[in-house]
Structures are given as C-alpha cells and as structure tokens.
Design a protein around this ligand. Structure first.
Ligand SMILES: [Zn+2]
Length: 203
C-alpha cells in the first residue's frame, strides 16, 4: 500500500548531470505518471478504477505536486536528524502543514469500511463514493503516505548521501549506506580521487 507514496516521491530525481529532473513538470508528464501508476492507485483505492476520464491539466498537476511536497516533507522529517534529500531541502513544508495536506488528500477516499460479501473475502471499502477520479488519485496518494509513515517501514527510510543522488530509499540492511551499488561505487571513486588530489570534488 505504501509503494504509491514512494513512486510519487521518486518523481523528483537526479538528471545525471548535477541537476534535478521533475517527472511531474508538465501536464503531459503528469498524465504519463498517472497512467503508469493507475494499478497502484486502484490497489489503494480498494479496486476502484481511475478509468480514462481524468483529464490532466495544470490544476490537476499542481494538486498532485502539492501532495508530493507533503509526502517529501514528511519523508525529510522521518530521516531526521540525518539530512533530507538535497533536491528540495530548502523548500520543505512545516510538519503541521504537510500533515494537514496529506490528511486532507486522504480524506477524499473517506474512512475505511469493511465489506464482506456472502461469497468472498472481507475487504476494505472507502466510504467516500466520489465519482471524481481526481478524488481517487489524490486520496490514494494521501492514504499511501499515511500507511507508510504510520507503519514499521518508516524506520528503514533513508536519504541517499551520495553527492549526485536525491533519492529516498528503504534500507534493506543496517550496513547499507547508499541507495544502490552505483551510488556506492561512485562515492568510493570520488573519495579515492579526493584523497589523491587533495581538492574538493563535487562529482
Ligand atoms: Zn543514491
């Protein structure tokens, strides 16, 4: 359930050239992200499908960007006192603001009701039966963020400390420092270079 929150946080990533790229920078990119993640939205939303009726304009995009900012601000709080991802460290929301935004998004799904058909398994159904796909989308992202941050995996959340990385990742092992072997290797090379050259290096 918490995968969706990670997917939206990961739309801010390193561009490989020292900068940061945003997977929700335009309405077209946002629409592609929504399509790619529709199965995850559906999973969180209790099987309700987004369908194809959501037209993504800049208003929709900005609302999704707002929930992402809340998720990333709370990710930053979760990794504290370690430093947060460098991508948005200077524009994090105050915790109370981020919490209010995340909760408001999740409210679009309503509260959890139990549905248990005569023939079949019990399952969660969300009480808000809105026909608006935007409610499903924002509600699912908000709900996913809550599930993650209130769950046991929060303690494994880390911001990769590699110079050219802005990723949040889940630590699999207490000795894992970097998000990936690629970041670990690059940092080892950088340190070796710095020791030899004795000069600062921001590679
Ligand atoms: Zn990394």
């Amino acid at each position: 359930m918490s995968v969706l929150a990670f997917e939206i946080a990961a739309t801010i990533r390193h561009d490989g050239q020292g900068g940061v790229t945003d997977g929700l920078a335009t309405a077209e990119l946002t629409e592609a992200w929504i399509q790619a993640n529709a199965p995850l939205v559906e999973e969180v939303a209790g099987g309700r499908s987004l369908g194809s009726s959501l037209s993504v304009d800049d208003g929709v995009r900005l609302q999704l960007v707002g929930v992402r900012r809340a998720v990333r601000s709370l990710f930053a709080r979760a990794v504290s006192p370690a430093p947060p991802s460098k991508a948005d460290a200077t524009r994090l929301l105050a915790p109370a603001t981020a919490l209010a935004m995340l909760n408001e998004a999740a409210d679009r799904l309503g509260s959890a009701h139990l549905e248990w058909p005569d023939e079949g398994e019990p399952r969660t159904r969300w009480s808000a039966e809105s026909a608006d796909p935007l409610d499903l989308l924002l509600g699912a992202v908000g709900r996913s963020g809550i599930d993650f941050l209130a769950g046991p995996d929060r303690h494994r959340l880390r911001a990769c400390p590699a110079a050219r990385c802005v990723k949040y990742f889940l630590q699999d092992d207490p000795r894992q420092t970097w998000c990936s072997p690629t970041c670990g290797n690059r940092e080892r090379v950088n340190r070796h270079y710095r020791r030899k050259a004795g000069t600062p290096n921001d590679l």
